[in-house]
Design a protein around this ligand. Structure first.
Ligand code: NAP
Length: 509
């Protein structure tokens, strides 16, 4: 058994022996263990297994040698007897473990391979089967040092089955690697080792994953600080769909590290139809099946109103604005907050007096609601401009404000124009503005909620006409800062949150 604590296993998926050898050396600083995937190698002579020495000699870390069968995700067809020969040779030439699929484990394998150095594995690339415990029972009857179960998570609750297996294996003192693939299974990859999984796999870099949903070693180690996680770690995260591109994990995890808080922030991919199930099985202390220290989470599109029926309480801003973007687990109660209102308004209030200010808000979606609510609370005079005023009439009536077509903004008297539509956003309509440059004559402030790019066409046009500009990054930071305080009770390191947001949004800066 390796002497170093086993946590992160770097998977080598290089196509050539030279590249694989270099990657093995690089892994020394990134991981605790290496999995060498021979089936990815295009220039290796599988009929000359003695050449494995060129890969295994001088290994900086314990190595698992794997040569996946095609029917279990292998990259090329290799004769079964040849595969078996490779495993036997690898163990002789210094591999610490070989991984063989349970479906291919037979008498021949048992005769040639040392069970003390075997990982026997089960993979399911389509689902998390309902009879996972039966599969576990069958698998663990096969002699091996470690057993491995990898399934596909089609929804986040599939992860629960994996955690159950880990609990059982821990109770039986059986070394087990268990994880669920895909984004919905991400929490098994991050929390698995702290809940007994022998290891978790990490890719060497983006694009080098050996399975869907695999994080990089760097993300596991530095973003999620996996070597520090334990069952005592307080868990927060973000529910939404999609969530993988969110800047929040980087922002909050950096802040936790800075303040030396035993917290971790995770992405939870939850579909619209699964919100209720997520609350019941993962969140509410009265019903949840997950035994963890969940402190709360951020709520993003499309769940900001869908979560409301599952809460025990809402703060006044959440109640009056009709949307929740933050949940806090307080004892046995779930409390909903809205930090978007604070996040949207504070940065603007920091540069201008809002009492009596004439504001034009473009768009009538979720963030427009937060902006309108917050502006009215500060005594601003607000008008709404949308592409379909009839559709926006409910919002306009609720807040008793006027609504008009976007084109009418040119005639409006507004000093401050706020864009809450996605027009101008990266990978959407970058370079476009929701209003023509002429609309900027005699205005004071342009505020665009979009934060990617940092300067949208909307802001650039306003700046050229001499207006002050405010980008969406400040809202992102301000709403996160308040969330951080709600979960931890600590003052947030705002500059660090901003730096992390900028690093995520504009990494080249
Ligand atoms: P949402 O609920 O989908 O609302 C989008 C609004 O924009 C709707 O009123 C929609 O009108 C309108 N719209 C969309 N495309 C349009 C177009 N081509 N022309 C005119 N109007 C258009 O989205 P949201 O949650 O409010 O988010 C909106 C944007 O705000 C996001 O794209 C994001 O960039 C930004 N945002 C930033 C932060 C931050 O922290 N900085 C936070 C949240 C959101 P219809 O109803 O007619 O489709």
């Amino acid at each position: 058994m390796p002497e170093r604590p086993v946590r992160v296993c770097a998977v080598i998926t290089e196509p050539t022996v030279i590249k694989a050898r270099a990657a093995i050396q690089r892994a020394a600083t990134m991981a605790d263990l290496i999995e060498l995937r021979l089936d990815y190698l295009r220039d290796f002579d599988f009929n000359a297994p003695a050449r494995l020495s060129s890969l295994l000699d001088g290994k900086p870390l314990p190595i698992i040698v794997t040569c996946r069968a095609v029917d279990e995700g292998g990259q090329q067809l290799i004769d079964e007897a040849v595969r078996l020969g490779l495993f036997a040779e690898a163990l002789q030439r210094g591999a610490d473990f070989c991984d063989i699929e349970a479906a291919h484990y037979d008498e021949a394998a048992a005769a040639r391979l040392d069970a003390e150095r075997l990982i026997v594995s089960y993979h399911n690339f389509t689902e998390t089967p309902g009879d996972l415990t039966t599969i576990y029972d069958r698998l663990t009857r096969l002699p091996a040092a470690i057993h491995k179960i990898t399934v596909q998570a089609n929804k986040i609750s599939d992860s629960l089955e994996v955690f159950r297996l880990l609990d059982r294996a821990a109770a039986e003192r059986r070394p087990l690697i268990a994880l669920a693939m895909q984004e919905a299974g991400l929490l098994t990859r991050i929390l698995g080792p702290s809940r007994g999984s022998f290891l978790t796999f990490g890719s060497m870099a983006h694009g080098h994953e050996s399975a869907p949903g695999q994080l990089t070693c760097d993300e596991l180690r530095h973003l999620y600080r996996i070597n520090r996680l334990s069952r005592d770690t307080q868990i927060v995260g973000i529910i939404g769909n999609p969530v993988t591109h969110s800047a929040s994990p980087l922002m909050h995890n950096r802040a936790f590290r800075q303040l030396a808080l035993d917290y971790v922030y995770l992405p939870f991919e939850v579909d619209d139809v699964d919100v209720g199930e997520f609350f019941r099985r993962f969140v509410h202390p009265a019903t949840r099946e997950m035994d963890w220290r969940l402190r709360g989470f951020s709520v993003t599109i499309p769940h900001k109103t869908a979560v409301i029926p599952f809460l025990d309480e809402m703060d006044e801003t959440a109640q009056r604005s009709g949307a929740v973007n933050t949940v806090v687990v307080e004892g046995n109660r779930l409390i909903g907050y809205n930090t978007d209102v604070h996040g949207a308004i504070e940065p603007l209030a920091a540069i201008t007096e809002l009492q009596g200010a004439r504001c034009a808000v473009i768009g009538a979606g979720g963030s427009a609601r937060a902006v309108v609510f917050g502006l009215l609370e500060r005594g601003a005079r607000v008008s709404l401009f949308t592409r379909s005023p009839a559709k926006a009439s409910a919002l306009a009536n609720e807040f008793r404000i006027a609504v008009d077509q976007i084109e009418a903004i040119i005639e409006s008297q507004a000093d401050i124009i706020i864009n809450t539509t996605p027009v101008g956003m990266m990978n959407h309509s970058e370079g476009e503005s929701i209003i023509p440059p002429a609309a900027w004559r005699n205005r004071k402030i342009a505020y665009d909620l979009i934060y990617n790019p940092l300067e949208t066409r909307f802001l650039a046009d306003a700046r050229q006409h001499g207006g002050l500009t405010l980008g969406g990054i400040e809202m992102l930071v301000a709403q996160a800062a308040l969330q951080f305080e709600l979960w931890t009770g600590c003052k947030p390191p705002v500059e660090l949150l901003r730096a992390a947001a900028l690093e995520k949004v504009a990494p080249a800066r």
